[in-house]
Design a binder for this molecule. Structure first.
Ligand SMILES: [Zn+2]
Length: 456
C-alpha cells in the first residue's frame, strides 16, 4: 500500500496515528525472535484495524459459552448512525490503551477486537452484525485453565465492579473525544441487553443504575431485575465495598470477603507504585487543607461534574468538603492509592499547584514527578474553570439578568455555572457552547466569550 509513497512514509504514518487510524505495535513477549530483532533494527509494526477483511472462518473467535456471571454485555447504540470510521478509531485508541497495560497482545478480527484489560479481565468490542449502528462490548473474566487441586473461590466468577466502571468511563471518554474531534453528529448511549424485546436501545445503563430494583422493558413493559448491573456499574457498589477512607459500618459477609480481597490486591499494588495507603491519605488531607485555604469547593464541584454519570450530580452537590468529593471518585474506581492522577489534575486545573511543595514533604512523594499533562478532564470542563476564574461580579449580574429562567439570586460564579449546566444552557456540545458564547457577546461580555472560544 505504501510503496508508492515510501519517501513520505514518516509523514503519512504520523498523520495516520494522529487521526487514530493506526497505532504502533509495541514489543511483546509473544513476538517471535526474528520479529523482535527486526523491531530492534528499526522496523516497526502497526495495527490498522480498518484494513482487516472479513474471513470465512469467522467462527474462530466466537466465544465459548461462559457462565453469565463471568461476563457482562453492554451495547453502545448510535441511534441508527455509526460510521465505521468511528468504530476503527475507537479500536485504535483502545489498542493503545491496552498495550500500555502490558498484557497479552490484542487480537484483531474483522470489525472486532479482543483486548487485555488486566490479569483478570478482558474486553471484546465488535460491531453488532445484526445491527450495524451498535457496538457490542463484552467485559469478561480472563480465560483461565482450571486446575482441580485448587478450589476456585466462589467470588472469583464475578467481575470486579471497579473494572466495569473504569471500562464504561474509558469507552465513554474515547467516544466523547471522537465525537468532539471527528464526527460532531454522532450520538450514542450505553444500554444493557433487554431479555424481553432484544432491542439494543431499550434499557439505558444510567436508567438501570438509577432504578430501585427493576426496570421496565420499553416494548413489553415487563420488569427486569437489575441488581447485578447496579452492583457492577452503579453507586450501590460503595455500599458493599466500603470506601478507602471511610470506615463504613454494616457489611455483608460477602462484602467483607470482597474487602479483604481488595485490600490484598491493594497491598500488592502498593509495592508497585511505592505509595502506601497512609501516604495517599496524608496527601489527600494536605490537598484538602490547602484547598480550604486557597481554593473554592464549588469550583471543584464544577470540575468533578466530569464524573456526573458515574457518581451522580446529586451526590456531588451533597458533599461539602474536598475529601468527600474525592471519596466519590474512589468509590467509582476513578481514584485510588495506585492511580490518583485525577487529584493532581484537579489541583493543576484549579490553579492550586502551590500544594505540591507541601505534598513533597510526605515520604512517598519526595521525588514524585508532578506532571503538567491533563488527560482525565475534557477541554469543555477545563474551559468552564477558566471561564469561572475570570468571571467578574458585573458579568455574573448581566448573565443572571439575561437568563432569567435560571431563577437564581445572589449567586457566586461557580453556582452560576452549576445553574447554567443544570438548565442545559451550557453543555459539552459545540452548538450549545456557540449559542452561549453568542449570548455573552450580545450583552457585551466579549472577554468572557473569548475565554470559552479560544483554545486552552
Ligand atoms: Zn425491552
Amino acid at each position: 500500500m505504501w510503496h508508492k509513497f515510501f519517501d513520505q512514509f514518516e509523514f503519512l504514518s504520523e498523520l495516520m496515528q494522529k487521526f487514530d487510524l493506526l497505532c504502533l505495535k509495541t514489543e511483546s513477549d509473544e513476538m517471535p525472535a526474528d520479529v523482535v530483532q527486526s523491531t530492534e533494527e528499526g522496523i516497526r509494526l502497526f495495527y490498522v484495524p480498518s484494513l482487516l477483511k472479513k474471513q470465512d472462518d469467522e467462527t474462530v473467535c466466537k466465544d465459548q459459552t461462559v457462565a453469565s456471571q463471568s461476563k457482562v454485555i453492554l451495547y453502545i447504540d448510535f441511534n441508527g448512525f455509526l460510521p465505521e470510521g468511528i468504530f476503527y478509531r475507537l479500536v485504535v485508541r483502545l489498542l493503545q490503551w491496552s498495550q500500555n497495560r502490558k498484557g497479552y497482545e490484542p487480537r484483531l478480527f474483522y470489525q472486532r477486537a479482543k483486548l487485555f484489560v488486566d490479569e483478570s479481565h478482558e474486553m471484546i468490542v465488535r460491531i453488532l452484525p445484526e445491527k450495524r449502528s451498535c457496538i457490542e462490548v463484552t467485559i469478561k473474566l480472563a480465560t483461565v485453565e482450571s486446575c482441580s487441586d485448587e478450589e476456585d473461590e466462589e467470588d472469583d466468577v464475578e467481575l470486579d465492579p471497579a473494572t466495569c466502571k473504569m471500562l464504561w468511563n474509558l469507552l465513554d471518554e474515547h467516544l466523547q473525544y471522537l465525537g468532539r474531534n471527528w464526527m460532531k453528529r454522532i450520538s450514542y448511549g450505553f444500554y444493557i441487553p433487554c431479555k424481553f424485546c432484544k432491542n439494543t436501545d431499550c434499557l439505558k445503563l444510567e436508567r438501570c443504575i438509577a432504578a430501585k430494583k427493576c426496570v421496565l422493558c420499553n416494548e413489553t413493559h415487563k420488569g427486569m431485575r437489575i441488581k447485578r448491573i447496579k452492583y457492577l456499574f452503579g453507586e450501590c457498589r460503595t455500599k458493599t465495598e466500603p470506601l478507602l477512607l471511610s470506615n463504613a459500618g454494616q457489611e455483608s459477609p460477602k462484602g467483607k470477603k470482597r474487602k479483604n480481597e481488595k485490600e490484598r490486591r491493594q497491598h500488592k499494588k502498593q509495592k508497585v507504585s511505592g505509595i502506601t495507603i497512609n501516604d495517599f491519605k496524608s496527601m489527600l488531607l494536605v490537598v484538602s487543607d490547602y484547598w480550604k485555604k486557597h481554593g473554592n469547593i464549588s469550583m471543584l464541584k464544577v470540575l468533578l461534574r466530569q464524573f456526573k454519570c458515574k457518581v451522580g450530580v446529586g451526590e456531588i452537590e451533597k458533599k461539602d468538603d474536598v475529601i468527600s468529593l474525592f471519596e466519590l471518585l474512589i468509590g467509582s474506581g476513578d481514584c485510588s492509592c495506585e492511580e490518583f492522577s485525577v487529584i493532581f489534575e484537579a489541583v493543576k486545573i484549579c490553579g492550586l499547584d502551590g500544594v505540591y511543595r507541601k505534598i513533597k514533604q510526605i515520604e512517598s512523594f519526595d521525588s514524585f514527578p508532578f506532571k503538567d499533562s491533563i488527560s482525565t478532564f475534557s477541554v469543555y470542563r477545563r474551559k468552564l474553570i477558566k471561564f469561572g476564574k475570570n468571571l467578574k461580579e458585573e458579568s455574573i449580574q448581566k448573565i443572571v439578568f439575561f437568563h432569567q429562567d435560571l431563577n437564581v439570586h445572589d449567586v457566586d460564579k461557580w453556582h452560576l455555572i452549576l445553574a447554567l449546566e443544570d438548565k442545559g444552557i451550557i453543555k459539552d456540545d459545540e452548538r450549545s457552547m456557540n449559542d452561549f458564547v453568542k449570548s455573552l457577546r450580545k450583552i457585551g461580555l466579549n472577554n468572557d466569550a473569548d475565554i470559552l472560544e479560544k483554545p486552552l
